[in-house]
Write a protein that binds this ligand. Structure first.
Ligand code: SAH
Length: 486
């Protein structure tokens, strides 16, 4: 795949000195799984373009991945790697432009610190997170971005857009800064399996990125994606990066994490993500350590909860075996280290029966579960959760039926999901939850979730139950939860 770097700095052919590559020759460097070619499509005193063309060998890729390289055999041969900018492009930058990346220029050392106007073009960059991600990553570094998203197949417009973009980035900076940004951020955009994750990747990340990562608003997202799936490595990198005195941090500074990104990338945030995040935040704020996700489905909430150290033990329970199988896959339980594995458990069971395995938890969530039960069965759920399991905090979410009129493609009176047995108005939900709370000695507060309309209310609704401390009328939720109007 092609990366071109163009400058209009005068004299423009200074670029060839900085890159240590003669403009009159086509040169090659060998990579672990192919070759990179370096050439200059255009060089004159006013404009100079250097091109780096990746030529990956798909068979070489498989060979290098080794026997454990990929879980899915066919994917080793059928994938986009030879055709996109990925971690291989970073490897090519490091090899082909190594002096420039490391801030060295033998013949004209004074050029190293000169900020030049650059335009970079990346043809075919996979971007998980769309244009919003590109902005999140590059704008804080001063880039102007033009991104063209490609359709999956122009012959079949109904299939929609792909995750592949042609991206043009403009900035006036030093070449070393430019290359270090690309080196780190190309694999972050791609967010696929990187073929070079190893212990020394932290050093490379810090070496290439420390100067600008420390203050980047998406630092966490960048480090986690760069050190993909290597939580221990990522945490280590944070330790080094967050060397600043914490008190110096600007409390209002907006940081972008993977979760906030999920919300950012869609003009209307995906409502289900908001529910999951809301449930997680309530459990975090309540200080819960042992948490049960009741009706955990395919494990989406479990996944979010597992990322939080505060939760010492997590139980996912569902009546559907198939959903639990999917959850098991999603959470990669088979591949977790022993200690992590002990922290998480998935069980099959029904919330309409008393179940001893649900006792001894201090937090529980029922995200979009109650509406899947026939209403007469709710009384049984109520007993099993609030009378027998009796966690200190219970978060329940359910759709707000009043909002349904706002969905253009939902016929009047219809429900949002084929398996919903009922959908409640705010009044109905509040009446049910208040009654449950009274009967079982809980307090309850209500919070809207998602886009809110002055008349019909929010897309979804949440009740947070807090067990009253024995012998007092004290609400057992901490002050953050009590603040209903937040
Ligand atoms: N909480 C998950 C799934 C919501 S879908 C999420 O937010 O993504 C509702 C889930 O409730 C389904 O997985 C369904 O199998 C489960 N469910 C329905 N009745 C149940 C019961 N009686 N006991 C346990 N789980 C039940």
């Amino acid at each position: 795949m092609l990366l071109t770097i163009t400058t209009t700095h005068i004299p423009a052919d200074d670029l060839s000195f900085l890159l240590h590559k003669h403009p009159g020759r086509i040169q090659q460097v060998e990579l672990s799984a192919g070759k990179a070619h370096i050439f200059y499509p255009e060089v004159n005193a006013r404009l100079c373009t250097a091109a780096l063309l990746l030529d990956l060998d798909p068979v070489g890729l498989v060979r290098n991945a080794g026997p454990k390289g990929n879980d899915f055999a066919l994917e080793q041969y059928v994938n986009d790697r030879p055709y996109v900018c990925s971690s291989f492009m970073s490897a090519a930058i490091a090899k082909a432009y190594s002096s420039a990346l490391n801030g060295r220029c033998k013949d004209k050392p004074e050029l190293v610190d000169v900020a030049m106007p650059f335009v970079v073009k990346l043809s075919v960059l996979p971007v998980r997170g769309g244009e919003q991600l590109l902005k999140t990553l590059f704008e804080p570094l001063g880039y102007a971005i033009t991104a063209t998203q490609h359709p999956l197949d122009p012959a079949f417009p109904d299939w929609g857009m792909s995750r592949y973009f042609t991206v043009e980035l403009s900035n006036t900076i030093t070449l070393q800064q430019l290359l270090s940004h690309l080196y780190v951020l190309i694999p972050v955009c791609d967010n696929d399996k990187h073929y070079w994750i190893a212990r020394d990747e932290i050093e490379k990340l810090l070496d290439k990125g420390k100067a600008w990562l420390e203050t980047h608003t998406a630092q966490e997202l960048i480090v986690r994606r760069y050190l993909k799936n290597q939580r221990a490595l990522a945490n280590k990198a944070f330790e080094v990066l967050v060397s600043k005195d914490e008190t110096e941090e600007d409390a209002d500074e907006k940081t972008v994490t993977e979760d906030t990104l999920a919300v950012l990338i869609e003009p209307k945030p995906r409502i289900h993500d908001l529910r999951l995040l809301a449930a997680r935040d309530e459990l975090l704020a309540a200080g819960a350590k042992r948490v049960a996700d009741l009706g955990c489905g395919e494990g989406k909430l479990m996944k979010l909860l597992m990322a939080e150290k505060q939760f010492e033990f997590l139980l996912g329970m569902d009546v559907s075996y198939r959903s639990l199988e999917i959850a098991q896959e999603r959470l990669k339980l088979d591949r977790l280290p022993e200690k992590q594995r002990e922290r998480v458990q998935l069980i099959q069971g029904s919330l309409t029966y008393r179940d001893k395995r649900l006792e001894g938890f201090d937090g529980a969530a029922l995200v979009e579960v109650i509406e899947h039960l026939d209403q007469p069965r709710l009384a049984a759920l109520e007993l099993s959760v609030f009378e027998y399991a009796r966690p200190e905090v219970v978060v329940v979410t359910t759709p707000n039926a009043e909002y349904n009129v706002k969905f253009e493609n939902l016929e009047g009176g219809k429900m949002r999901h084929a398996d919903h047995r009922f959908e409640w108005t705010r009044k109905q939900f509040e009446a049910w939850a208040t009654d449950v709370a009274l009967k079982h000695n809980y307090d309850v507060i209500f919070k809207p979730i998602g886009e809110s309309d002055p008349e019909v209310g929010a897309l979804s609704q949440m009740a947070v139950f807090g067990l009253r401390v024995k012998g007092t009328e004290q609400f057992n939720l901490n002050s953050e939860i009590k603040n209903v109007d937040q």
